[in-house]
Design a protein around this ligand. Structure first.
Ligand SMILES: [Zn+2]
Ligand SMILES: [Zn+2]
Length: 378
């Protein structure tokens, strides 16, 4: 890393330092100026109530903020990277079509669980990391690495928001709103007293209260907008990047492609099934960040063959790879045991069944589609 890289890395922490400074100042203004200097002369029980609730919201806010910042980003597993010999073969090839064929072949041989492709129909490949991108994975130019289910790179936490910390990020927005709302609502009576001239003589204290109220309202309103957006994304199982640029499936670009059929199921994909963990920054998201259940139409279920793996990649000839049976397929979809079947909602998924098929269509460009049909479907 050069000098410029080090400078950029240091600069990346400025927004976090700014937020931390605002928190420290708000702590002083609320606890010292409001609770200790103003409230103590008015009502001790009210002061204690203010202080207890304030610290509950503050601790939850700091906990989720810490987890969002320091949770390591979800990186791509080794099998998606090209080995040195594969890379040599890939880079030695000049023709684009042949490069695509090489990637297709690698994806097929390694049984990578990939459903999406580029807008041009090719394999999604990162030329910087030298890997075949898993579904929902994107290269972050700030982190300079491919990130699983990348949502966006957030300067306020100086970290990529992705598969491993998306729940923490949504909770961070939620607790920021709670913290700011609580501060604003409890400071409001004293803010009114300021305008009525009942807040004592000390100008510095009066302005601390006024600024505290304005800062709380301002942060609350701006984060509410962001929270509305991420609530919508959570309930539709979409990342920010996918909401701007739809992932491309067999049937074309589709923002709903990873939806689990209902708001409730989409919410549980990120927050998990157990309600007691929903409000805590403990990782409970489903899956492994690599393979995702997709809409049933992408599985082309009419072409499923019992226990067979079918391939129509490359020259148009059908090459059946019967050696790759359901056992290998199960292994290739690592999330299989964490997902249950959702036949009614039209979403099919891997894991509970005993039936596997791979499709690689030349017509659609380079792609690998994996599907497992559940017992109940057959
Ligand atoms: Zn990359
Ligand atoms: Zn990043």
């Amino acid at each position: 890393m050069g000098v410029l890289g080090v400078c950029l890395k240091i600069c990346g922490w400025f927004p976090v330092v700014f937020i931390t400074a605002v928190i420290i100042w708000s702590y002083y203004a609320y606890v010292v100026e409001l609770c200790i200097f103003i409230l103590v002369g008015k009502s001790i029980p009210l002061m204690l109530l203010y202080l207890v609730l304030y610290h509950v919201f503050l601790v939850m806010f700091l906990w989720v903020y810490w987890r969002t910042i320091w949770t390591p980003v979800a990186k791509v597993p080794d099998e998606f990277y090209l080995t040195s010999s594969e890379l040599q073969q890939y880079e030695a090839e000049d023709r684009n079509e042949e490069k695509i064929e090489i990637l297709k072949s690698l994806a097929r041989d390694k049984r990578l669980p990939i459903w999406t492709r580029t807008y041009g129909g090719g394999m999604r490949y990162c030329h910087i990391c030298k890997l075949i991108k898993p579904d929902r994975c994107h290269h972050c130019s700030m982190c300079n690495v491919c990130i699983l289910k990348m949502d966006h790179h957030c300067p306020w936490v100086n970290n990529c928001v992705c598969y491993s910390n998306y729940k923490f990020f949504v909770l961070f927005l939620f607790y920021t709103i709670l913290y700011c709302f609580y501060v604003a609502i409890t400071v409001l009576p004293f803010f009114i007293q300021f305008w009525e001239g009942d807040l004592g003589d000390r100008a510095a204290r009066k302005f601390q209260i006024v600024f505290l109220f304005f800062a709380a309202v301002m942060f609350c309103l701006s984060v509410v907008i962001l929270m509305c957006m991420h609530t919508h994304l959570t309930l539709t199982n979409r990342s920010t990047l996918e909401s701007f640029r739809a992932p491309v499936f067999r049937h074309g670009p589709d923002k709903e492609g990873f939806s689990r059929g209902s708001f409730s199921n989409n919410f549980k994909e990120i927050f998990g099934d157990q309600k007691r963990y929903w409000l805590l920054p403990i990782f409970t998201s489903k899956g492994d960040g690599v393979s995702y259940p997709v809409q049933a139409r992408d599985q082309d279920s009419d072409r499923l063959l019992d226990g067979d793996v079918e391939s129509d990649i490359g020259s148009g000839l059908e090459n059946e790879d019967r050696g790759a049976g359901k056992k290998g397929m199960r292994e290739s979809i690592k999330t299989s045991t964490t997902y249950s079947t959702m036949e009614a909602s039209g979403v099919a998924e891997g894991g509970t069944g005993n039936h596997a098929t791979v499709h690689m269509d030349q017509g659609e460009g380079a792609q690998v589609n994996l599907a497992i049909e559940s017992d109940s479907r057959r």
